[in-house]
Ligand binder design. Structure first.
Ligand code: NDP
Length: 614
């Protein structure tokens, strides 16, 4: 196994959870965690600017990377329209090609292939899931990523190559927004209208709109007043900053820059920003838990022992480790060390439920202590170190992994601003936090994306109208209702890529879910075509039974999550409001292998049980 695996830096102070560190005093820990939570549980913390039709802020979504080109409107009739050209859309397209589908149109609002990897080009952008399991179809492309964690441009180029290989680019429509999808029963077609005046008819539609597609701007008083430059991390303004993803942003040498947010995006770009700016102010509401990254080039002999199917096996292995199974840890990183222990705690048998909960809490505490000690080891100023320490359970927030973020706080040109209650307001000159004004030339919003549980119809960004004129947004007004997490009754010939909050399963490696979902959808369409079936819909009773299964296995963990610092994982401090219909197959985060087995068995049976076909 890898001898330099993440976690070693903290093991110098106690090794894997269980050794060394501060003793676990449950009452003291609860009191500290709750006090830190309460600082952040302020009213309106989750308020966002709704960019739909927002005259002032809609520009934050504009594409700074590819010039808009005029084209004639299109009217045609294809086999499948795939909405979205990110990983989900591209692997869907690839699998549909493999299934023999001839006419496929990808449609995306971006100017090219890549989805989240098209938009996110901020300095330092990198995937924090191992590239060998995250970058899809490596075996098809005969490609081995250059390092364990790939930078964004390598991922984007790889996705472009997949799209070329499977001939998905020629017919793709970029800078095109679908405004309405409507089922036409008379013709057994979906009819899609776009903002470019297109009318595209399709036998099938695959919604691969992604889960990080709606950039999130907080609603801070005065945002429209700021006279300097401001942008979101997912639309990096290199025209203003100079430089690029890998080279210094020379235009910032005389600029004071403020970055709002300290999540997965911010921690990757703070280092490069600090190197380039005259001064960088990091406005932190909640500190992230930053584990070691230990990125490294792919060893020259990496591919040597790999046989056919190695990538899918490695993806499965990663999830098995997170599931707590006793298998070799091939990926061997912070996810498999820490997240696995928290997801799937394993203790000696015979513990009572109370003892189990206490042991799980203690283990979580020890993992967090390791993260806090790491900060003390790296950050020289004890006051700054204290502000950077995350005081909550590891399971409360998505963990981060980075090796250059914490050292940046030792730089003289970086100031950490502690604002647990959030930014107070924006002024013409800059930001105000805790009553103190900061004068800035530039504000970077590293404030993330609308959460996965954002209702799918909103993420799809347009009206989806099924049989008898029913809008999906209305049908799902009180939560999703699906069959297998990929189809919904009354919307024939429509598939949705599986996604968290949508009755499939939750995974750390979203690519795994995309690849499996794409295969299921493509194989289902292939089987339907083989039998000359023109219309396929979900039987209402089959959908009801599937939804009952989801709701019935929903585990109410609100008691634990309520004590968490507010985050999207606990519905911003309101876990009781979590909708059981947004749960996963098998309860909790879902039983991924059970779900995949169920899908495969269903496909193999070949009788389309639960579907109404004509
Ligand atoms: P996040 O949602 O993780 O972080 C947003 C940050 O903005 C948080 O620190 C948040 O504080 C802060 N914030 C939001 N509103 C305010 C406000 N009003 N005042 C002050 N601070 C505010 O967004 P990211 O873009 O960092 O990441 C989003 C997701 O993207 C990740 O969860 C991950 O799924 C994905 N991602 C994945 C990467 C990868 O390598 N695979 C890399 C980057 C992103 P608070 O924490 O208090 O809410």
């Amino acid at each position: 196994m890898n001898e330099e695996g993440p976690g070693d830096e903290i093991s110098s102070q106690g090794g894997d959870p269980g050794g060394g560190g501060a003793p676990f005093d449950p009452d003291a820990v609860h009191a500290k965690y709750l006090a830190e939570r309460d600082k952040r549980l302020v009213e309106g913390r989750a308020a966002i600017r709704d960019l739909t039709g927002d005259g002032v802020f809609a520009r934050y979504q504009d594409d700074p990377f590819t010039p808009f080109q005029h084209r004639d409107r299109i009217r045609d009739d294809v086999d499948v329209v795939v909405i979205g050209a990110g990983i989900g859309g591209i692997v869907s397209g690839a699998e549909l090609r493999r299934a023999g589908i001839a006419k496929i149109r990808l449609i995306d609002s971006a100017g090219g292939i890549g989805g989240t990897w098209y938009w996110n080009r901020y300095p330092g952008v990198m995937c924090d899931v191992e590239s060998y399991i995250y970058m899809p179809l490596l075996e098809d492309l005969d490609y081995i990523p250059s390092r364990k964690y790939a930078f964004g441009d390598e991922i984007r180029s790889h996705l472009e190559r997949i799209a070329e290989k499977f001939d998905l680019v020629r017919d793709a429509l970029f800078h095109t927004v679908v405004e309405r999808s409507e089922w036409d029963e008379s013709d057994a077609r979906w009819v899609l209208h776009t903002d470019r005046g297109d009318e595209i008819r399709a036998r099938y539609v695959v919604m691969a709109v992604g889960i990080l597609n709606l950039l999130k701007l907080p609603d801070i008083p005065g945002m429209e007043l700021f006279k300097g430059r401001s942008f979101h991390t997912s639309r990096w303004d290199y025209e203003y900053t100079g430089g690029d993803m890998h080279s210094p942003m020379t235009n910032l040498a005389d600029k004071a820059v403020g970055i709002i947010g300290t999540g997965a995006s911010a921690i990757q770009c703070v280092g490069p920003l600090a190197l380039s700016s005259r001064h960088l102010f990091v406005f932190q509401r909640t500190p992230s838990a930053i584990g070691e990254r230990n990125n490294r080039p792919t060893p020259p002999d990496f591919a040597q022992p790999l046989g056919p199917g190695w990538q899918r096996e490695r993806m499965g292995n990663f999830h098995s480790v997170l599931d707590g199974q006793s298998v070799p840890d091939l990926v061997d990183d912070g996810w498999t060390h820490h997240e696995a222990k928290v997801w799937s705690p394993r203790f000696e048998p015979g513990l009572s439920p109370e003892e189990f909960m206490l042991r799980a809490e203690e283990q979580d505490f020890e993992i967090m202590e390791q993260h806090r000690r790491r900060i003390d080891q790296i950050v020289e100023d004890p006051e700054v170190a204290e502000i950077l320490k995350p005081y909550y359970r590891y399971l409360c927030k998505r963990p981060c992994f980075h090796d250059e973020y914490l050292p940046a706080f030792n730089r003289a040109n970086l100031t950490l601003v502690d604002c647990p209650a959030g930014i107070e307001r924006v002024t013409e000159e800059g930001l105000v936090c805790n009553g103190r004004a900061f004068s800035l030339d530039c504000i970077v919003y590293a404030t993330g994306f609308e959460p996965e549980v954002t209702p799918f119809p909103r993420r799809a960004g347009h009206d989806i109208v099924g049989r008898r004129g029913v809008r999906l947004a209305d049908k799902w007004a009180d939560g999703p209702a699906t069959f297998h997490g990929m189809m919904t009754s009354g919307f024939p010939n429509m598939f949705m890529m599986p996604a968290p909050g949508q009755q499939s399963v939750v995974t750390v490696n979203a690519t795994f879910l995309n690849v499996e979902g794409a295969e299921h959808i493509a194989e289902t369409i292939r089987l339907l075509d083989q039998r000359d079936i023109r219309i396929v819909d979900v039987r209402p009773e089959a959908e009801a039974a599937y939804v009952d299964g989801i709701v019935g296995s929903f585990r109410d963990v609100s008691a634990v999550m309520e004590a968490c610092t507010p985050s999207r994982l606990n519905n911003e401090g309101n876990p009781k409001a979590m909708n059981p219909k947004s749960g996963a197959w098998g309860g909790g985060r879902g039983d991924l292998f059970g779900w995949l087995h169920m899908l495969e068995t269903w496909r193999r049976a070949g009788d389309f049980e639960g579907l109404e076909i004509s």
